[in-house]
Write a new protein. Sequence first.
Length: 123
Amino acid sequence: MLPGFGICLAAINISFYLALKRLPMSRVAAMEVLGTIGVGARSSIIPYICDQLAMSRLPRWTFAVLLPLLPATVTIIAAFVLAQMPSIRDLFAMALVMIGVVVHRPAAAALFPGGSGRSSEPL
């Protein structure tokens, strides 16, 4: 995965420097700004939309259990891909959050105020 990422970065840099020679500076700067905005949008907007779709389709308890798994998954990927090993304190904190979400059982009145008719979902 990392060699492919390096090749992509090299291709972007080479393309940018070739564009400097052939295009007016205003177009090159516009491409740079629009590319940055595109990367930012893809890295934050798309995950947010996926979260919203999951929240609308999954029961509340299932989504609450899956959400704390995200930092754990990122930690595992960082350990294998980037060789960034988490400390014992980090692992303990993640475990506490996951255990807290699984153990917590809110009252039915707090989950469904006003009788929304969704009380058939697992608590």
